[in-house]
Design a protein around this ligand. Structure first.
Ligand code: FAD
Length: 472
C-alpha cells in the first residue's frame, strides 16, 4: 500500500517537509492542510513605497547544507542577494554606535573597538578585560545565556552587545534563554573554556564563501512560491484548518477539519506553532501535548515607515541598528531596507523596517496602529533625525509568533520525543523545536521527512481505498 502523509500547516516547515517527502524514492502520497487563505505562514510580503518588503522573515541563513541544497534544487541559488557589507549600529547611550565586526552573537573578539565606538565606558571596558583574569566558574547544567556570559564580560558589554542581538533573532532575553538551545554555537565554543575573549580570538574561522545571510529580490515569498510549485504532486489545501487528530482502530489517524471533513492518514506531521500542536495532539498524545503547551511564545510586530530621503538627517550608511533592552526603548531594532538590500535601493525614498516586541515588553500591544506608528516615529526622530511624518506606513502584528527556547528546552524536547515514540506515525517539526529561523525549519523538515519515510518506506505504490478525504 502507498502510505498517505498529512502535513498540518503550510508555512516553510510544512511545505519543506512535503517537498522532501515527495523527493523520496517511492515516497508517500502527501496532503498539506493550511488553515489560512494562503501558504507561507510567517513569510509575508507587502508593498511599501512601491517596493516588495518582507513583513516577516527577510533574511535566510545559507550556511546550513539543507538550505543550500534546497535553494539549488528549487533553482533559486543564484537568485539570492547578500546585505550591504557595511555592518550595523547599536542605538545606546544616546547615539548610534557602530557594532564591532567579528562578533559571534554579540560576543566580541576585540575589546578596544567597544571603547572607540562609545558602546561602553572606560570602566565597562576594564570590567570586560577582567575576563582574561577571572577563574573558570561552575555553570548550571542548562545555563542561561546570562549565566554563560554576564560574569565574564561584565554588565556593560553584556547589556549593550549580547542582549540586543538576542532581541533581533529570538525576541528573547538573555536571562531566560537556554544557551545550549538558543545559541548552540556559542555554548559549544565556550563550554569548559575559561576566557571568553581568548577563546573567541583562537576559534577556527572558516573563510567566508559568500554572505551568511541572504534575501530574495521580490520578497522571501518567492521561496514559498517555489516550494508550492515543487509540491505539485501533493494535495495542497488552503482554508483547511485542522480541528482534531484521532487514532483509528486500524493504526492510522483521522485528521478532522473544522468543517468536519475527515482525512485519513498513516502519518501526520504537525508543523503549527507548539500551542496549536498541543491542542491537536491532546487526544492522541496527551503527554506530548502537555510539554508542547509549555513552550512559551512572544508577540512581535514589524512596522514599515517610508520617508523622503531628504527628510532623514542620518546618512543611513549601515544596514540598521539594534537596541539594548536596558535602554528601555520600544524599538527592538530597525533595518534600513533601502540601504541594507541592493534590490530595495531607491533614489528618493528610504524605507525603515522597525521591530517591536520582546520577552517582557508588551507595552506596544495595547496601542492602536496609529499610536504604535507615532511612538516608533518619535524614536526615529531621536535616533536618525527624521524631520517629517512618514508618507506611508504598514503595520504587521505577529501575535504569539516567536518561540522561546528558555531554560529546560532540551528536556522538553526529549520529553516530547519520548512521548511521540509511543505514538508511531505522529511527528512534530518547526520553529518551536530545534531552530527558530527559516534555516532551522528547513533543516528540521529534512530530518523529519527522513524519519517519516523510514516508517512508510514499505509502500508498494497502491493507495488505501479510504486515504482520500471523506466527508462525515
Ligand atoms: C517578524 C518576524 C521576523 C522574522 N525574521 C526572520 C528572519 O529574518 N530570518 C529567519 O530565518 N527567520 C525569521 N523569523 C522566523 C521565521 O519566520 C520562522 O522560523 C518560520 O517562518 C516558521 O515557519 P513554520 O512553518 O515553522 O511556522 P509558521 O510560519 O507559523 O507556519 C505554521 C502554519 O500553520 C498554520 N496553522 C496553524 N494552525 C493550523 C491548523 N489548526 N490547521 C492547519 N494549519 C494551521 C498557520 O496558518 C501557518 O501557516 C521571523 C519571524 C517573525 C515573526
Amino acid at each position: 500500500m502507498r502510505s498517505h502523509v498529512v502535513v498540518v500547516g503550510g508555512g516553510v516547515s510544512g511545505l519543506a517537509t512535503a517537498y522532501r517527502l515527495l523527493q523520496q524514492p517511492d515516497g508517500p502520497a502527501v496532503t498539506v492542510l493550511e488553515a489560512g487563505p494562503r501558504f507561507g505562514g510567517k513569510v509575508a510580503t507587502a508593498t511599501v513605497a512601491g517596493l516588495p518588503v518582507d513583513t516577516g522573515p527577510d533574511s535566510l541563513l545559507v550556511r546550513m547544507p539543507a538550505v543550500r541544497t534546497l535553494l539549488d534544487e528549487l533553482g533559486l541559488a543564484d537568485q539570492v542577494e547578500g546585505p550591504a557589507p557595511s555592518g550595523a549600529y547599536v542605538w545606546t547611550r544616546g547615539a548610534l554606535r557602530p557594532l564591532p565586526p567579528a562578533s559571534l552573537f554579540g560576543v566580541p573578539e576585540r575589546l578596544l573597538p567597544l571603547l572607540t565606538s562609545g558602546l561602553v565606558t572606560p570602566l565597562g571596558l576594564l570590567r570586560a578585560g577582567a575576563d582574561l583574569l577571572l577563574p573558570r566558574r561552575e555553570l548550571p547544567a542548562d545555563p542561561t545565556i546570562a549565566d554563560l556570559l554576564r560574569h565574564r564580560l561584565g554588565d556593560q558589554v553584556f547589556d549593550r552587545l549580547v542582549d540586543p542581538m538576542l532581541g533581533g533573532v529570538h525576541a528573547g532575553r538573555a536571562d531566560r534563554l537556554s544557551a545550549r538551545s538558543a545559541v548552540p554555537e556559542v555554548m559549544s565554543l565556550l563550554e569548559g573554556a575559561r576566557s571568553v575573549y581568548l577563546t573567541m580570538r583562537r576559534r577556527e574561522k572558516k573563510p567566508a564563501s559568500g554572505p551568511a545571510l541572504v534575501s530574495m529580490p521580490g520578497g522571501m515569498g518567492r521561496l514559498l512560491d517555489a516550494l508550492v510549485a515543487a509540491c505539485a504532486d501533493a494535495d495542497l489545501r488552503t482554508d483547511a484548518a485542522v480541528a482534531s487528530i484521532r487514532a483509528r482502530a486500524d493504526g492510522r489517524y483521522d485528521v478532522t477539519l473544522a468543517g468536519s471533513t475527515v482525512v485519513v492518514a498513516d502519518d501526520v506531521v504537525v508543523t503549527t506553532p507548539a500551542y496549536t500542536a498541543a491542542e491537536l495532539l491532546a487526544d492522541v498524545a496527551p503527554d506530548a501535548a502537555t510539554e508542547l503547551a509549555s513552550i512559551e511564545y512572544v508577540d512581535v510586530a514589524t512596522v514599515m515607515l517610508s520617508y523622503r530621503r531628504d527628510q532623514v538627517e542620518h546618512p543611513l550608511d549601515r544596514t540598521g541598528f539594534l537596541v539594548p533592552p536596558v535602554d528601555g526603548r520600544l524599538l527592538v531594532g530597525c533595518s534600513w531596507l533601502t540601504s541594507k538590500w541592493g534590490h530595495l535601493a531607491h533614489d528618493t525614498r528610504v524605507v525603515i523596517r522597525a521591530m517591536v516586541g520582546r520577552d517582557g515588553d508588551t507595552r506596544w500591544t495595547s496601542m492602536s496602529d496609529a499610536e504604535l506608528v507615532a511612538a516608533i516615529h518619535d524614536e526615529l526622530v531621536e535616533s536618525v533625525g527624521v524631520t517629517a511624518r512618514p508618507s506611508e506606513v504598514h503595520v504587521q502584528r505577529w501575535p504569539a509568533a516567536m518561540p522561546q527556547y528558555t531554560v529546560g528546552h532540551a528536556d522538553r524536547l526529549a520529553a516530547i520525543d519520548a512521548a511521540l515514540a509511543a505514538v508511531p506515525g505522529i511527528h512534530v517539526t518547526g520553529a518551536a523545536y530545534r531552530g527558530v529561523g527559516l534555516a532551522g525549519c528547513i533543516s528540521q523538515a529534512a530530518r523529519t521527512s527522513t524519519a517519516v519515510h523510514a516508517r512508510t518506506a514499505h509502500d508498494d505504490g497502491t493507495t488505501h481505498d479510504d486515504s482520500l478525504v471523506t466527508a462525515r
